[in-house]
Design a protein around this ligand. Structure first.
Ligand SMILES: Cc1cc2nc3c(=O)[nH]c(=O)nc-3n(C[C@H](O)[C@H](O)[C@H](O)COP(=O)(O)OP(=O)(O)OC[C@H]3O[C@@H](n4cnc5c(N)ncnc54)[C@H](O)[C@@H]3O)c2cc1C
Length: 404
């Protein structure tokens, strides 16, 4: 017999969407249990970007000062090296936000920080090594989740199940929610190379003839993301490790003396990139948010921001009602109605970037800058557009329950 628990809201997934939703709902007085299948937050396959809009939210929640005491880098201008030329892409210094920068912070530090603050609320519980394996139903209504734990099976009944379990979401599959997939022509290889004194001081991206290398500063190592054509990993393996090492060095010459650390394919992870979106993000008793509702590609580095904005909208729209009882399908529909068009817009931008800048004709010409980058180089004022899009995004959400 499975152990049984009862709560108001159960959240599958302790990523940015799940932890933020859990924090905000518990702060609003809603009993909430967040389930994370891993034992810790140390996943290296997530981005490390905390956007100005998220920092604004931290300020509204009264957490900003403590948050900024965590080790991080503040990046006020994003630059890329495009076909050998340094191009300023986004200028955050003019944003109408309290913090006019992106904070680069390993995502496990961000999640640990937020989870620690959330545990200060008596209504919050985070259960690690708890993997949701199925949903439970009463006719058409979702009534809870079945969970695999180190101690055996657990069943949690709740008035609302939130799917925040990322781009390989079991919740959306088990709920039978229909999904639209948008073709993505790229995947990413994800690997670590050590950092040394004298290396450049910040995370950045190199872009050349349709190839892209991103380096994230993780303190004592670089987290490297190397974009490859979708399905192209076997061909890369067939060409040999040396060729991959050479490609990396051709972008970032300072890695020449240590690229040989990549001496085995087991050190290189293939991350499949997807863009998709659910037609309905909800059904009776259940709501999906973040990548579980709309998987984002790394293009533009905006998926984390969007996941957090979904969580804020969820707490703003449902928090008060959930405190006293279940929410209706109509309430859940309102969350999708609020977050759908910002999601559509950002995904359309990601599809555009993939088609035109990463794999398209404009990206293939040697030594020339695609027109978008030339415009950004010539007209500094234009850098405020990507800054706004990346740093704040369309329809930013704000914390509304200021009383708590
Ligand atoms: C290679 C790559 C690089 C990226 N870089 C960036 C970037 O720099 N900036 C940016 O903004 N976005 C980036 N993105 C997009 C970003 O990672 C996502 O949009 C974002 O993480 C979505 O947050 P989430 O909370 O919805 O899901 P996730 O971050 O995927 O979190 C889901 C959580 O649920 C847990 N989980 C999964 N299944 C279960 C289960 N059955 N039971 C319990 N727990 C479960 C997972 O372990 C995970 O902790 C990148 C994406 C990729 C693929």
């Amino acid at each position: 017999m499975a152990e049984k628990l009862q709560t108001r809201c159960v959240i599958a997934g302790g990523g940015p969407a799940g932890i933020m939703a859990g924090y905000l709902l518990a702060r609003a007085g809603v009993p909430v249990i967040v389930l994370e299948k891993h034992a810790d937050f140390f996943r290296d396959f997530r981005g490390d970007t905390i956007h100005p809009s998220t920092l604004q939210l931290m300020y509204e929640l009264g957490l900003l000062d403590q948050f900024l005491k965590q080790p991080h880098q503040e990046v006020r201008e994003l630059r890329a090296v495009v076909n050998g030329q340094v191009v300023p892409i986004a200028d955050f210094t003019k944003l109408p936000t309290r913090c006019k920068f992106i904070a680069f912070m390993p995502q496990w530090d961000f999640l640990n920080f937020l989870a620690t603050r959330a545990k200060e609320f008596p209504d919050f519980q985070l259960l690690m090594q708890h993997e949701v394996v199925d949903l439970t139903f009463d006719q058409q209504r979702v009534t809870g989740v079945r969970v695999k734990t180190p101690r055996g099976e657990l069943e949690i009944r709740a008035d609302l199940v939130i799917g925040a379990d990322g781009r390989h979401s079991i919740i959306q599959t088990r709920a039978g929610l229909e999904r639209q997939d948008f073709g993505v022509p790229i995947d990413a290889l994800w690997m670590r190379i050590s950092k040394k004194q004298g290396d450049p001081q910040q995370s950045f991206g190199f872009f050349e003839r349709g190839k892209l290398l991103v380096l994230l500063d993780r303190g004592d190592y670089w987290q490297c993301g190397f974009v490859i054509p979708k399905g192209g990993f076997d061909e890369i393996k067939a060409r040999g490790m040396q060729e991959l090492q050479n490609s990396i060095v051709s972008f970032a010459g300072f890695l020449r003396d240590r690229v040989a650390e990549l001496d085995d394919w087991s050190k290189i992870r293939l991350l499949t990139v997807q863009i998709n979106r659910l037609r309905d993000w909800y059904r009776d008793g259940l709501l999906c948010i973040g990548d579980s509702a709309h998987a984002m590609s790394p293009a533009g580095g905006v998926g984390i921001n969007l996941a957090i904005q979904d969580a804020v909208a969820t707490a703003n729209l449902l928090g008060e009602k959930l405190r006293t009882g279940p929410v209706s399908v109509n309430d859940l529909r309102q969350v999708q109605a609020r977050r759908e068009w910002p999601t559509r817009l950002i995904q359309a931008m990601q599809v555009f970037i993939h088609r035109n800048l990463v794999t398209g004709q404009t990206s293939q010409r040697k030594d020339s800058l695609p027109i978008v980058f030339r415009l950004l180089k010539w007209f500094p004022v234009l850098r405020q557009i990507p800054a706004r899009f990346i740093g704040i995004g369309p329809r930013p959400e704000h914390y509304l329950n200021r009383g708590r």
